[in-house]
Design a protein around this ligand. Structure first.
Ligand SMILES: Cc1[nH+]cc(COP(=O)(O)O)c(/C=N/[C@@H](CC(=O)O)C(=O)O)c1O
Length: 401
C-alpha cells in the first residue's frame, strides 16, 4: 500500500479546470470562454509586438541570469509603482511605497496575505460576493479569515451598492477590504467614480485598510490612467493601502508570472520596514522572483516608443473585446423575441460578461453547445470572435429558456 494513500484526488480548479475540459472536447464548434486570457479574432493567443521587440533588445544585450534580489528587479519595481500611481505622484518621491515583485497577481496577493497573517492577527479580509475564484483559496491557505460583502445584485444584474456599503460598515474596525481596482471579476461591474468616493469614505470612517487587486490596468478601458483612478483616489486621500498588480493580461505575460505587491504607507520609514518583512516572507517561499518578465516590463515602460506602442496595443485589445461585446448583445437581441432586457451585457467592463446564467444553464451551455465557461455564469469575451457571436447567442438563448 502506498504511503500516500491518505491523499485524495483534488477537484479540478473552477477556472483553470475549464480549459482542461475544453482541450478534451473534440467537437468542432467548441468554444473556450473560461479562462481570462486574451485571444485574437482568430482565437489564437496573442504575444504583443512590444513584448517581442523588448525580448529582441534583451537578446542583443545578452543579459545575465544571476539571482535577482529578493524584492525583485529594481527597474521593474520602479516602473510598476509609477504605472500604478503616476510617475509624478508625491508618494513615490517621498518613498512611501513598498514595492516587491511578486509571482504575478496570485503570488503578490499571497505575499500580502502572509503579511496580514503575521502582523494583523485576527484581522479579517472582506471579499466581494462573488469574486475571483482563487481569492478564497489564497486567504484560506494563508490562514487569513475572510467574509463577504454584498456586491452583485441578481435582480438588476448590477451592483448592490447599498448592500456593499452596509457590509463594509458592519465589518470589525480595521478589516482589510479587498477591492477590484477595475474590471471586476467575474461580474464586469465597476463602481462609478461617485460610488468609489463613498466606498473610500466608509473605509476611512471605519479605519479599515483598502486592499486593491489590480489585474487589468489598461486592459479594461484601454487607458492605464483611467483604470488606476480608483487606487489613485484612495492614495490621494492619504490612505495607507495595499495593491497587488499583474501583467498577465495587459502585457500578455501570463506564464511569465510577473506582478507586484505595493504597500502605500504614511512614512518612508514604515514603507522600509514593510518591505523588509515582505522580503523575509518571500525568501523561504520562493527565494527570489523570475527575471524575464520583469525585464520585459522594465524595457517596455522604460522606452518611450515601446511604452506608447504598448498603450496602442492595449487599446486594440480592449477595443476588440468591446466590439465583440456589442456584437454578442446585438446577436442576442436579434434572436430573442422576449422582452428581456439584455443591456447589462453592454454595461459590463473588461474581459468578462456575467451572463446571469445559473449553474444548470451554464452546464447546458457546455453539455449541449460545447461552450466552456465557469459555473457562476461568467464568460470570457476575450475568447470570443465576432464570427462566433451568432452561435453563442443561440446557445445563451437556448440555455436561458
Ligand atoms: C481579479 C484577478 N486577480 C488576480 C488574478 C491572477 O492572475 P495572475 O496570472 O496570477 O496575475 C486574476 C486572474 N484571473 C484569470 C486567470 C486565473 O483564474 O488565474 C481568470 O479569472 O480567468 C484575476 O482575475
Amino acid at each position: 500500500v502506498s504511503r500516500f494513500e491518505s491523499i485524495t484526488m483534488a477537484p479540478p480548479d473552477p477556472i483553470l479546470g475549464v480549459s482542461e475540459a475544453f482541450r478534451a472536447d473534440t467537437h468542432e464548434m467548441k468554444l473556450n470562454l473560461g479562462v481570462g486570457a486574451y485571444r485574437t479574432e482568430e482565437l489564437r493567443p496573442y504575444v504583443l509586438s512590444v513584448v517581442k521587440k523588448a525580448e529582441n533588445l534583451m537578446l542583443e544585450r545578452g543579459e545575465f541570469k544571476e539571482y535577482l534580489p529578493i524584492e525583485g528587479l529594481a527597474a521593474f519595481n520602479k516602473a510598476t509603482a509609477e504605472l500604478l500611481l503616476g510617475a509624478d505622484n508625491p508618494i513615490i518621491k517621498q518613498q512611501r511605497i513598498a514595492t516587491v515583485q511578486g509571482l504575478s497577481g496570485t503570488g503578490s496577493l499571497r505575499l500580502a496575505a502572509a503579511l496580514i497573517e503575521r502582523y494583523f492577527p485576527g484581522a479579517k479580509v472582506l471579499i466581494s460576493s462573488p469574486t475571483w475564484g482563487n481569492h478564497k483559496n489564497i486567504f484560506n491557505d494563508a490562514r487569513v479569515p475572510w467574509s463577504e460583502y454584498r456586491y452583485y445584485d441578481p435582480k438588476t444584474v448590477g451592483l448592490d451598492f447599498d448592500g456593499m456599503i452596509s457590509d463594509i460598515k458592519a465589518a470589525p474596525e480595521g478589516s482589510f477590504i479587498l477591492l477590484h481596482g477595475c474590471a471586476h471579476n467575474p461580474t464586469g461591474i465597476d463602481p462609478t467614480p461617485e460610488q468609489w468616493e463613498v466606498i473610500a469614505d466608509v473605509i476611512q470612517e471605519k479605519n479599515h485598510i483598502p486592499f486593491f487587486d489590480v489585474a487589468y490596468q489598461g486592459f479594461a478601458s484601454g487607458s492605464l490612467d483611467a483604470d488606476a483612478s480608483s487606487v489613485r483616489l484612495f492614495a490621494a486621500r492619504g490612505m495607507e493601502l495595499l495593491v497587488a498588480q499583474s501583467y498577465s493580461k495587459n502585457l500578455g505575460l501570463y506564464a511569465e508570472r510577473i506582478g507586484a505587491i505595493n504597500v502605500v504607507c504614511s512614512s518612508a520609514d514604515a514603507a522600509a520596514r514593510v518591505k523588509s518583512q515582505l522580503k523575509r516572507i518571500a525568501r523561504p517561499m520562493y527565494s527570489n522572483p523570475p527575471i524575464h518578465g520583469a525585464r520585459i516590463v522594465a524595457n517596455v515602460v522604460g522606452d518611450p516608443a515601446l511604452f506608447n506602442e504598448w498603450k496602442e496595443e492595449m487599446e486594440l485589445m480592449a477595443g476588440r473585446i468591446k466590439s465583440v461585446r456589442q456584437k454578442l448583445y446585438d446577436s442576442i437581441c436579434a434572436k430573442d423575441k422576449s422582452e428581456k432586457d439584455w443591456s447589462y451585457i453592454l454595461k459590463q467592463i473588461g474581459m468578462f460578461s456575467f451572463t446571469g446564467l445559473n449553474r444548470a444553464q451554464s452546464d447546458n451551455m457546455t453539455d449541449k453547445w460545447h461552450v466552456y465557461m465557469t459555473k457562476d455564469g461568467r464568460i470570457s469575451l476575450a475568447g470570443l470572435s465576432a464570427a462566433k457571436c451568432e452561435y453563442l447567442a443561440d446557445a445563451i438563448i437556448d440555455s436561458f429558456y
